[in-house]
Ligand binder design. Structure first.
Ligand SMILES: Cc1cc2nc3c(=O)[nH]c(=O)nc-3n(C[C@H](O)[C@H](O)[C@H](O)COP(=O)(O)OP(=O)(O)OC[C@H]3O[C@@H](n4cnc5c(N)ncnc54)[C@H](O)[C@@H]3O)c2cc1C
Length: 415
């Protein structure tokens, strides 16, 4: 629970951060640690709520960012197994040699990051909605905030936008909008009374008939409840969720008696990073810049990774007294050097998955089982940098055979 928020806003900061999601808080934490005076504006009354995310993250990535292990109460379970299902119920099970992913209580995780930022010296102003960017002479010079029914202009030398997928303010800075074709619409629910699940396994349900343009998931928690959700590029996500829970040959056995205790809806951008993430006095990171994995929709790790780079770049710009886009472009170059290859592989994988009919998904999962792809992947612990991960396993004969087969499937679907 966030402990120290500010009642009065200091009207001048080195940096303002828009949005107290994980990305905004982590950017603020890094800026404050470097010594900058930073204020975060969050429109909600409480950090982390409402939560819309499954919070399923790679342990290795959290550890490499310095965020694992986490304090008690944030990690809800860890997983060494993933079961993938086709729409007819064909199963491909992947058993890994150690727990590779964790499911987090996202609200508590967000609150933990905000508390860390506050301890480092950042100021958080809640119930404060940034209405617009303040601009002068072609530069973003802070934000116009609506708070307690009052409007306030807050000056800052540099503004970091981490407003999430709405990306309304991003457009005011003249940055490109998210690609509408890359958007899918997600639903995430908490459920009780789930049956026939393995506590150490995440369930993934593919198929256009249940989650067109994405997939469905079931993530068990150690307390016996679970998270279930999906995303879709068409129709109503809630209707697809009900269909998954009651009609899918496997999910229905696990979920038809389940009771939904919480539910939330939110979009995910799968189109890869926007083509420009900086402007005069302005940097964008996280969902609003579409720094999200196109395969799985996971945006936390890449968002945090880019937030740290944004904080470092902003701090250097403050030191050089140069917040021009010419100086700030190094932010995009640094992110791109780290992530470009993985994004380009994942965009291709997304387009491959989108091209498959339900019959082909079925065939593919059965084929992976027969080839022993699971045995080739046993030691994998990297699930975020998927381009680099594929390169490390390609030496294994079953993976090469699988790749050849996937290429054939892709070409037959995209003649
Ligand atoms: C159904 C679903 C499941 C997901 N599951 C996963 C998962 O398992 N793993 C994973 O890695 N990712 C997952 N994601 C994606 C993940 O939720 C996002 O990538 C992540 O939350 C991005 O963080 P962010 O800080 O950029 O944006 P957000 O978390 O959206 O935070 C943005 C913050 O900005 C605030 N804000 C917005 N506008 C303003 C304004 N004008 N003024 C002030 N404040 C403002 C918002 O209130 C919010 O608190 C999922 C997404 C969905 C929809």
């Amino acid at each position: 629970m966030i402990t120290q928020t500010c009642q009065s806003t200091e009207s001048t900061s080195d940096a303002v951060v828009i949005g107290g999601g994980p990305v905004g808080s982590y950017a603020a934490l890094n800026l404050a640690k470097l010594g900058a005076k930073v204020s975060v504006f969050e429109e909600h009354h409480e950090i982390g709520l409402p939560s819309h995310c499954a919070g399923h993250l790679s342990i290795r990535s959290l550890r490499s960012i310095g965020l694992y292990p986490l304090p008690k109460g944030i990690v809800e379970n860890t997983f060494d197994t993933a079961n993938f299902y086709s729409p007819t119920g064909a199963k491909f099970a992947l058993h890994l040699s150690q727990p590779v992913t964790a499911v987090l209580n996202r609200a508590r995780f967000d609150q933990y990051l905000a508390d860390q930022a506050i301890d480092a010296g950042a100021q958080f102003i809640l119930d404060a909605r940034v209405q617009s960017l303040a601009k002068a002479n072609g530069f973003v010079r802070g934000v116009n905030v609506q708070r307690n029914g009052q409007k306030e202009e807050v000056y800052a030398k540099i503004t970091l936008d981490s407003e999430g997928i709405s990306s309304r303010l991003l457009k005011q800075a003249g940055l490109p909008a998210l690609k509408p074709k890359g958007l899918v619409y997600g639903v995430e629910a908490e459920v009780e009374n789930v049956r026939k699940i393995e506590p150490n396994a995440v369930e993934v349900y593919f198929g256009k008939s249940y989650a067109p343009g994405f997939y469905g998931w079931l993530i068990p928690k150690l307390d016996g409840t679970a998270k279930v959700g999906l995303a879709t590029n068409q129709g109503n996500p809630h209707e697809f969720l009900i269909s998954l829970m009651f009609k899918h040959p496997v999910a229905s056995k696990q979920l038809s008696k389940a009771k939904i205790t919480k539910i939330g809806y939110h979009a995910i951008s799968l189109g890869g990073p926007i083509s420009r993430t900086y402007g005069n006095g302005f940097l964008a990171c996280g969902d609003c810049a579409s720094q999200v994995k196109p395969t799985t929709g996971g945006g936390v790790i890449f968002g945090l990774t880019c937030a740290k780079i944004a904080a470092q770049t902003a701090f250097e710009a403050l030191q050089h007294r140069d917040v021009s886009s010419n100086f700030l472009r190094v932010y995009q170059r640094r992110c791109s050097e780290l992530l470009r290859f993985d994004f380009s592989v994942m965009l291709r994988l997304r387009s491959f998955l989108d091209s498959l009919s339900d019959e082909k998904v079925d065939e593919m999962l059965r084929f992976c089982g027969k080839l022993g792809v699971d045995r080739a992947l046993t030691d994998v612990d990297e699930i975020d940098f998927q381009g680099k991960m594929i390169l490390t396993v390609l030496g294994k004969p079953s993976m090469l055979a699988a790749l050849a087969y996937f290429a054939m499937l892709y070409l037959s679907a995209n003649p």
